[in-house]
Design a binder for this molecule. Structure first.
Ligand code: NI
Ligand code: MN
Length: 228
């Protein structure tokens, strides 16, 4: 399993030959100017919630690649109404088997509205289970105790958590989340893009390490193989 970071909360996880793109927000991101959006290949686009900083490039990418958008009912059908043919609507607690593995949509504590003001449904996160390992992407969220259910029932190879604070969990709560989800290998996202979410990266890595956890902060455009 391989992960490529495209800045903010956007990344691709490669499972076998299948690419899963999460929360595409690249063109408006000043820190991601070197990323060529038109060269990103993906088979699925997973969108955690309706906020602009999680989907600004989604429509264009979906139209270019014919990828399938996986999102809550409200977001998936919003894309269907825009002419996107391949869409898969879900809701909390629901799981579906795709060719790469299964996806379960789980709750996030946040808000969600689509860029045109359309109701975006509830904000969520994804648990992805595959033959080569499982991972959890929390989406934009506060720490919440339902994360304990993930720790109790799922065995995660890694998790992708927001760490930028102000709009989502900060470092301290993200470290608490690692205990809840029982996973010590974390890819940090949702930091540095805007003034409100600037972090001290070295300090964040140290604080995770002090609790025996690994915080991985990828450079924008960097690819990393995730091993156990
Ligand atoms: Ni958000
Ligand atoms: Mn966000």
């Amino acid at each position: 399993m391989e992960i490529t970071y495209y800045g903010h909360a956007c990344f691709v996880v490669k499972i076998g030959e299948t690419n899963l793109l999460f929360d595409p927000f690249i063109t408006p991101n000043e820190l991601a100017k070197h990323i060529k959006v038109d060269e990103i290949s993906c088979d699925y686009v997973l969108i955690s919630h309706g906020h602009e900083d999680h989907l600004s490039d989604a429509e264009q990418i979906l139209k270019r690649t014919n990828a399938t958008v996986i999102a809550n009912y409200e977001i998936a059908t919003w894309y269907a109404a825009k002419g996107i043919k391949n869409y898969h609507p879900m809701n909390f607690g629901g799981q579906w088997s795709f060719d790469f593995g299964t996806v379960k949509l789980v709750k996030a504590e946040h808000s969600s509205v689509l860029p045109d003001g359309t109701y975006g449904g509830n904000p969520g996160g994804f648990i992805v289970k595959t033959k080569s390992g499982n991972f959890y992407y929390a989406g934009d969220t506060a720490l919440h105790t339902d994360m304990r259910l993930i720790g109790e029932f799922e065995k995660l190879r890694f998790a992708v958590l927001p760490i930028g604070d102000n709009f989502t969990m900060g470092i301290e709560d993200a470290i608490r989340a690692t205990d809840f989800i029982e996973c010590g290998k974390i890819i940090g996202v949702h930091f540095d893009t805007f003034p409100y979410i600037k972090i001290d990266k070295e300090d964040a890595i140290k604080r995770f390490a002090a609790k025996g956890k690994e915080l991985i902060l990828l450079n924008i455009g960097e690819t990393k193989m995730i091993t156990i």
